[in-house]
Design a protein around this ligand. Structure first.
Ligand SMILES: [Zn+2]
Length: 319
């Protein structure tokens, strides 16, 4: 069946859903996916999503384990709608939504690096970043020491992840760590939710040099719909200006390396309403980006790649 340009299916590489499932389960809430997520995903035609388990830097290993296990359980409890992606064979295009467990920040890993990454893999994690904004045993986030790259354990983590085919996410890491990962990783990497620093000068966005390195490495960059990564001017924090990042990156490194990683915050506990793009406050508005890509002159084939196919094909190759 042809899907029209008006309602194109999307693969979102970053949604902090694992964290949302966990925080709501701690409050004894039931049916979290169906209550808070299902409708928005369906409205936005999100057909694939990385359900991120997010750790800010203070959590210990057992906390990480609990959130990851809980995320698996919630996906399994919704098997009528979701299909967990663990191998390339799981990538099937039907009516279900693909759900891949990702980890944002490995602060809980302070020793036995290989063993713990293996545990993550056995429990379904297929994409992970070494660090969030903090400094941890493996690496430093973008806000931390610019002179500290990967630690010895950080390098071991990269090797172990390569061996297991767990994909390395470089969103949030500082530049020195980024270049270490480029150096040590034998596999393509992804920046699940980062934009272009040339268009919006923010430490979370990627420089042209970094974008070119990801192209060279065969990786992907996910367009982030958080306002402050789109533009410094609040009036320009919208889907149109996010599409401009796609245009800039496409001109620099080619459309094959661009994907989506919206980072919707509506379901995080707290008030994040003004953090998102004006017309992309949650997953139900995701098609606004499709419209904006069209306005900026991308053709249907290119939009399909950015929206869905680049991620799907990347996972088919790399898992
Ligand atoms: Zn993030």
């Amino acid at each position: 069946m042809m899907t029209g340009i008006k309602n194109m299916k999307i693969f979102d590489m970053h949604a902090d859903m694992g964290t949302n499932f966990y925080e709501r389960h701690l409050k004894q809430e039931k049916d979290v996916f169906k209550t808070y997520h299902k409708e928005n995903l369906l409205k936005g035609n999100i057909k694939g999503v990385f359900t991120a388990c997010f750790f800010c830097g203070t959590e210990d290993w057992s906390y990480m384990q609990e959130m990851i296990i809980n995320c698996s359980k919630e996906i399994r409890a919704n098997e009528d709608i979701l299909r967990q992606i663990k191998t390339k064979e799981d990538l099937i295009e039907d009516n279900k939504i693909s759900a891949l467990i990702s980890v944002e920040g490995m602060c809980g890993i302070k020793d036995n690096v290989e063993e713990k990454i293996e545990w993550m893999y056995e429990n379904g994690v297929r994409v992970a970043s070494l660090v969030w904004n903090e400094s941890n045993a493996l690496a430093d986030g973008w806000k931390q020491d610019p002179n500290r790259g990967l630690s010895k354990d950080g390098i071991r983590a990269v090797h172990k992840m390569n061996e297991l085919k767990m994909i390395i996410d470089v969103s949030h890491i500082n530049e020195k760590g980024f270049w270490d990962i480029i150096k040590y990783s034998k596999k393509p990497i992804i920046a699940t939710h980062s934009n272009s620093r040339s268009l919006c000068d923010h430490g979370r966005n990627l420089s042209d040099k970094q974008l070119l390195a990801i192209k060279e490495n065969g990786g992907l960059i996910g367009l982030n719909a958080c306002g402050h990564f789109i533009d410094k001017d609040r009036n320009k924090e919208d889907s149109y200006h996010l599409a401009k990042h796609a245009k800039y990156m496409a001109d620099l490194i080619g459309v094959e390396h661009i994907a989506c990683g919206f980072d919707y915050m509506d379901f995080l506990v707290g008030d994040y309403d003004d953090e998102m793009a004006i017309d992309m406050s949650n997953a139900s508005y995701s098609q606004n980006l499709i419209k904006a890509l069209k306005e900026l002159g991308f053709n249907e084939l290119e939009i399909r790649k950015i929206a869905y196919e680049n991620v799907f094909n990347f996972l088919k190759r790399e898992l």
